[in-house]
Design a protein around this ligand. Structure first.
Ligand SMILES: [Zn+2]
Length: 244
């Protein structure tokens, strides 16, 4: 299993990073991608990534974009040390200080950057699934991972038809919306993510990467297919899209 999206830089929440990485290995997590959000966090993500077990992806939260140019420069400088751009995208839930127009403009810039650098893009689209897909499709983005997609299953199918991937967090066990999505989107377009420390199986409890096993088990149950098939296919998908 590969955890394609987590935040290992949140070390204080986990107690000990080495312990949760050890637990992940024991649970069958073959590798992880930690996503930096914002300039300082991106620097930490680069530090945490050993590029053997832990890989880095660099981005920024769509609701706090003041340093986004610095993040873009860092991504360019770090091209050979990272496996993706992101998470970046749209957040119409928090919004923060950023207008929707600003979010879309900056998102487009990151999509272009990912294309120029020939890297996949990991997309945050909270309460903005449909809008994020529209921007990606208009921009001709191809290597796309929609992380923790909260839009409708029909919208997810529209993305999957474009070859976009959907990474499924452990919160799928308690989310009817994610269960619907899993039933409709094919395994060829599916990945596993923990999004640790959030989106765990239990609301309000710190999530860790080893819980991607719960994502895989839930996908297997909903699709009525063997667990091993889910692990095999999602691992192959992750290796292909992230080149790891
Ligand atoms: Zn995240």
């Amino acid at each position: 299993m590969i955890d394609v999206h987590c935040h290992l830089t949140e070390e204080p929440l986990y107690g000990s990073l080495s312990r949760i990485l050890e637990e992940a290995k024991v649970s069958g997590v073959a590798s992880l991608i930690t996503s930096g959000i914002g300039f300082e966090d991106c620097l930490k993500a680069l530090e945490v990534a050993d590029r053997k077990y832990v890989f880095a992806s660099l981005g920024i939260e769509p609701y706090a974009l003041e340093n986004y140019e610095k993040v873009m420069e860092l991504i360019m400088r770090s091209r050979d040390r990272i496996v993706a751009v992101g998470e970046v995208g749209l957040d119409y839930y928090w919004g923060g200080r950023e207008t929707r127009e600003t979010q879309v403009r900056v998102f487009r810039e990151f999509i272009e950057l990912a294309k120029t650098l020939d890297l996949p893009i990991v997309v945050h689209s909270r309460s903005a699934g449909r809008y994020a897909l529209d921007v990606l499709i208009e921009s001709g983005a191809e290597r796309v991972v929609m992380h923790a997609f909260d839009g409708s299953a029909g919208e997810a199918v529209r993305g999957a038809e474009r070859g976009f991937f959907f990474s499924i967090p452990p919160s799928v066990v308690r989310s009817e919306q994610k269960q619907k999505l899993v039933k409709r989107v094919g395994l060829e377009n599916m990945l596993l993510e923990s999004d640790a420390p959030v989106l765990g199986p239990e609301r309000g409890v710190v999530n860790t990467p080893s819980n991607i096993r719960i994502s895989a088990e839930t996908i297997a149950r909903l699709k009525k297919i063997p667990f091993e098939n889910v692990v095999e296919k999602t691992t192959e998908n992750a290796k292909n899209i992230f080149n790891i």
